[in-house]
Each structure stands twice: as structure tokens, then as C-alpha cells.
Design a protein around this ligand. Structure first.
Ligand code: C2E
Ligand code: CA
Ligand code: CA
Ligand code: CA
Length: 281
């Protein structure tokens, strides 16, 4: 008898929570849908630095939601929901279009940003015709293909080997660059890595956490950089926060770095000044 009552309470407890949770999701999804069509999203850009010459070689576009009640909302709070609800399709399209237009503007003004790097979600890849979409936005913006880089996560690539191969070939054919994002979190096999046509490996920031204080982390990082370079990739380290990390990476022959040590992500209007600052030193 008692078990049944407590079972009942348990059920009600979960049911109530689930309803609240589902309600939040529905409200949030509806708001995000409106935000996409009303242009209530904004792209911030974080520079990627060449460790040899300290110049900006790329800008990663990172989306934020300008929310009426909550201010700037981080993508970690809405990308997973966008992926679950299919909103990642219009969201991804908005991001791609915006980044291409912005980069084309900078390009026309002679601002040397290198490449603009756009994050592409695995769900977005599965649901939309990426090659057609990218080709359309390159054409409408006038951005040269080699100024665009697409960041695709290692974990998606590892779980969609067949689909990924076709997609990568199609994108490569357009002339855009490809970066493998969050490298080191998806357990790639070496044999597999070797066959992929990537320009850049972005080493996940978790690899930098114990560097250079912890010898084993430093050793792993050095090995990953050497391995990646031996396979012909450019190596970018993410999440660089200290001068010690920067100099360690440089000594380890890492090519590029990105992180708060150099600059946080900034709004588009701050980019030209940021690039000048790096060019001047
Ligand atoms: P990510 O692609 O790994 O992007 C790097 C994240 O690390 C960014 O967080 C960036 O602001 C943050 N970061 C940069 N430097 C440092 C540092 O020195 N230390 C630390 N601890 N963090 C640093 P953000 O902008 O909040 O983006 C989070 C994630 O959301 C991104 O991770 C990416 O997976 C996703 N995301 C962002 N924009 C887009 C987008 O337009 N489309 C898709 N599909 N995903 C996006
Ligand atoms: Ca990224
Ligand atoms: Ca990353
Ligand atoms: Ca990440």
C-alpha cells in the first residue's frame, strides 16, 4: 500500500517537473524562432592568431541571442535546444549568411581578417543541403571561397563517416577551408584522420587546462601537435588564457592559437581595430 502511494508521489513529482521543463522548452523554442526571423541574433568574432608573427589569421563567428529579458544569451543555452527542435536549420542558415556578408564587407574594405570560421552543427549537416547553401551565400555575398572556413566537430565526423566524406568532398570542391573542431574529444583513429581533407585541427581547450603546470598534460599536448603536423594539418589550440600557455604552444610548434589571452569574442564593429592592433605589434 505504502509503496503504491510513494510511487504515486514519485510519479506526480516527475510529471510536474517534466511539464515545467517541456513548457520552458516550448516557450524558449517559440522565442528563438521569432528571434531568428526578427534578426535578434548577433555574431561575435574571436581572433585566431599565428603564433610565429602574432597576426590575425582568422575570426571565429560565435552566435549570441539578444534576449529581451535576459540580455545576451550564450549559445550553450540554446544550440542544443535548436538541434532538438530543428530550429538549427534556420539558425545555421542565418549564421552562415550573416558571416559571409560581414566577411565580404571587410574584404571589400581591405581588412585582412584571413578567414571567417563558421560553426556547423552535425544536425544541420544532416538536415540541410550544406553544399548548396554555402555556395549560394558565397555567391550572393561575393566572398571568395578561400576566406570561409567551416568548423565541424570531431565527434560528428566520427559517428557519420560515410555522410561526412561526401560532404567534405563537396565543400572542398567549392574551395572553402575545413577545420575539425573540439579535436581530442571524439577518439579519432589515426588511420581515419589521415584520409580526411582538413586544413586545421582545433585542439579542444580541455587539453590546455593543466598546461604547463602538469607534466603529463603538457606531454600529451606536445604529442598531439606533433602528430597532427606530421599528418599535414595546421594546428590551432583553443582556450589559451595565459602567457605561459602561449609560449608553451609556440615551443611545441603549434601553428595558431585562440583564447581570452589574445581577445574574447568581440562585436563586428570592434574587429577592424583589433586586427590593426595585432598588425602593429
Ligand atoms: P566552440 O566552437 O568550441 O567555441 C569556443 C567557445 O570557447 C566559445 O564559447 C568561446 O567564447 C569560448 N572561449 C574562447 N576563448 C576561451 C578561453 O580562453 N577560455 C575559455 N574557457 N573559453 C573560451 P561560446 O561563444 O559560448 O560558444 C559555445 C559553443 O556554442 C561553441 O563552442 C559552439 O559549439 C557553439 N556555437 C557557437 N556559435 C555557434 C553557431 O553559430 N552555430 C553552431 N552550430 N554552434 C555554435
Ligand atoms: Ca568552434
Ligand atoms: Ca571548439
Ligand atoms: Ca566545444
Amino acid at each position: 500500500h505504502r509503496a503504491k502511494r510513494s510511487g504515486g508521489r514519485t510519479y506526480r513529482y516527475y510529471a510536474k517537473d517534466w511539464n515545467a521543463y517541456a513548457h520552458d522548452r516550448v516557450v524558449l523554442a517559440a522565442q528563438l524562432r521569432r528571434a531568428i526571423s526578427n534578426d535578434e541574433l548577433v555574431l561575435y568574432y574571436q581572433p585566431q592568431i599565428d603564433l610565429r608573427c602574432n597576426k590575425v589569421v582568422g575570426l571565429e563567428a560565435l552566435v549570441r541571442w539578444i534576449h529581451a529579458d535576459e540580455g545576451l544569451v550564450s549559445p550553450v543555452r540554446f544550440i542544443p535546444m535548436a538541434e532538438e527542435t530543428g530550429l538549427i536549420e534556420p539558425l545555421g542558415e542565418w549564421v552562415m549568411k550573416k558571416a559571409c556578408q560581414q566577411a565580404a564587407d571587410w574584404w571589400q574594405q581591405g581588412i585582412e581578417f584571413g578567414r571567417v570560421a563558421v560553426n556547423v552543427s552535425g544536425v544541420q549537416i544532416e538536415r540541410s543541403d550544406m553544399v548548396a547553401q554555402v555556395s549560394r551565400f558565397l555567391e550572393s555575398s561575393g566572398l571568395p571561397a578561400e576566406c570561409l572556413e567551416l568548423e565541424i566537430t570531431e565527434s560528428f565526423l566520427m559517428t557519420h563517416i560515410e555522410a561526412a566524406a561526401d560532404l567534405l568532398a563537396g565543400l572542398k570542391h567549392l574551395g572553402v577551408q575545413l577545420a575539425m573542431d573540439d579535436f581530442g574529444t571524439g577518439y579519432s583513429s589515426l588511420a581515419y584522420l589521415k584520409g580526411l581533407d582538413f586544413h586545421t585541427l582545433k585542439i579542444d581547450k580541455s587539453f590546455l587546462e593543466g598546461v604547463p603546470q602538469q607534466g603529463s598534460d603538457a606531454e600529451i599536448l606536445r604529442t598531439v601537435v606533433a602528430l597532427g603536423r606530421s599528418l599535414g594539418f595546421k594546428i590551432l589550440a583553443e582556450g589559451v588564457e595565459t602567457e605561459q600557455q602561449r609560449s608553451f604552444l609556440m615551443d611545441s610548434q603549434c601553428n595558431y592559437a585562440q583564447g581570452y589571452y589574445f581577445s574574447p569574442p568581440v562585436p563586428a564593429q570592434a574587429v577592424p581595430e583589433l586586427i590593426r592592433k595585432f598588425a602593429a605589434v
